[in-house]
Design a protein around this ligand. Structure first.
Ligand SMILES: Nc1ncnc2c1ncn2[C@@H]1O[C@H](COP(=O)(O)OP(=O)(O)O)[C@@H](O)[C@H]1O
Ligand SMILES: [Mg+2]
Length: 377
């Protein structure tokens, strides 16, 4: 597919109010000519640099890979979705640059990188994630999502809630970022049928399999994230014994045995509020239940997190495990179908390869991607 030309993109972008258009020179100056030492991140769609505008404002400058057609779509989505919204738990989009082949997004700089890099980054960071900090992060992300799902009109489904898209500011307050996959969700629709997209490990089963998108898909991803924040480990860790590799399965297993607190990060050395930690773990399980209608809306999840609504054990049913459908314990039919899923990496510089089957067994499962579910072909 050919990339939309510059004129078309500028017309689309100018139609979006509150978007500042930056010149390429302005951003080149701000980032010291996109100096490697100013690089702060790299995602599926390009490289992110730290920069300082002429007026002293610190920014994060996301440069899309020049020839990614997929990226241009995400670029426009991100501007459309972000231009008009502001919330303390969402990154702020300042504007963009569209010049020749350049497609660049400019955000407010968030000081402490993502929780993928810090909390789950494997010990090479200096931040201490105390229990209170973790609890504030969970509550902040829940507030940001409740805002997107229930306050903004039309509602917004993020579709890629995961640790690398949760940034932390100087006070370790979380900000949801990366709206490239987001979908606007008009009130009159019960769901959107769409090409499924997201990151393996955070995908709600009904969404991954039938590409039927509702806000409940984000709530499922949020549940997995919650378990990661409390346990300080990633949703999948191949270095652990087989029975413990998948966090969600492990959480359910321990919950059924009546030992869920075993999941709490041992690096806290027992210095945490047991009642709150238990509540968080249960909410993680409530959010990841197999039946989407059993997952409460984000405003309810938020009330549960702050203790305004009691978490009832009777409400907790078995989580939906996509891993089962993917190859581990699936029955043959489903297994065959899943093998037939085609994945297309969203990035031009992708490590995924364009013809991979669902990449369950590779490190690519951490990458955002789009794919066609078997039921939609
Ligand atoms: N506003 C920001 N402030 C600081 N770091 C950021 C900001 N935006 C992105 N980053 C860093 O860049 C990484 C990739 O950015 P992201 O927007 O998620 O891009 P992608 O769509 O490629 O995944 C993030 O995980 C984070 O480490
Ligand atoms: Mg990202």
């Amino acid at each position: 597919m050919k990339a939309p030309n510059v004129k078309l993109i500028i017309t689309e972008v100018s139609g979006i109010q509150n978007t500042r258009l930056f010149t390429y020179n302005e951003l080149r100056d701000a980032t010291g000519n996109f100096r490697t030492s100013n690089k702060i991140g790299e995602g599926g769609f390009g490289v992110v640099y730290q920069g300082t505008l002429r007026d002293g404002t610190m920014v994060a400058v996301k440069v899309l890979s020049a020839d990614s057609t997929q990226g241009v779509r995400e670029f426009l989505t991100e501007i459309e979705v972000m231009a008009d919204i502001e919330h303390e738990n969402l990154v702020k989009l300042y504007g963009c640059c569209v010049e020749k082949k350049h497609r660049i997004l400019v955000y407010g700089y968030v000081e402490n990188n993502s929780i993928a890099q810090t909390l789950l980054g494997g010990g090479n960071n200096s931040i201490q994630f105390s229990w209170d900090t973790r609890s504030q992060i969970c509550i902040g992300v829940a507030k940001g999502l409740a805002f997107l799902h229930e306050e903004v009109r039309p509602h917004i489904v993020h579709r890629d809630i995961k640790p690398s898209n949760i940034l932390l500011d100087k006070n370790l307050m979380p900000k949801i970022s990366d709206f490239g996959l987001a979908k606007l969700f008009p009130d009159n629709l019960t769901h959107i049928s769409t090409c499924a997209a997201g990151t393996v490990g955070y995908l709600a089963p009904e969404y991954a399999i039938r590409a039927k998108l509702t806000r409940k898909a984000d709530i499922y991803s949020f549940g997995v994230l919650l378990l990661e924040i409390v346990s300080g480990r990633s949703h999948k860790d191949r270095r652990l014994p087989v029975a413990e590799q998948y966090l969600l399965e492990r959480a359910w297993d321990l919950y059924e045995k009546g030992e869920p607190v075993q999941l709490v990060d041992s690096s806290l050395n027992g210095d945490y509020n047991i009642e709150e930690a238990l509540r968080c773990l249960k909410i993680g399980l409530i959010c990841t239940q197999d039946m989407p209608k059993l997952r409460p809306p984000m405003s309810t999840v938020l009330k549960m997190l702050v203790g305004d609504i009691e978490v009832n054990d009777q409400e907790i049913t078995r989580p939906g495990f996509l891993s089962e459908l993917m190859c581990l314990k699936a029955d043959k039919g489903v297994k065959k179908n899943v093998k037939n899923w085609s994945c297309t990496a969203s990035a031009s510089t992708s490590k995924l390869g364009s013809s991979s089957s669902f990449p369950e067994n590779t490190d690519t499962s951490y990458n955002t991607m789009t794919f066609t579910s078997i039921y939609n072909r």
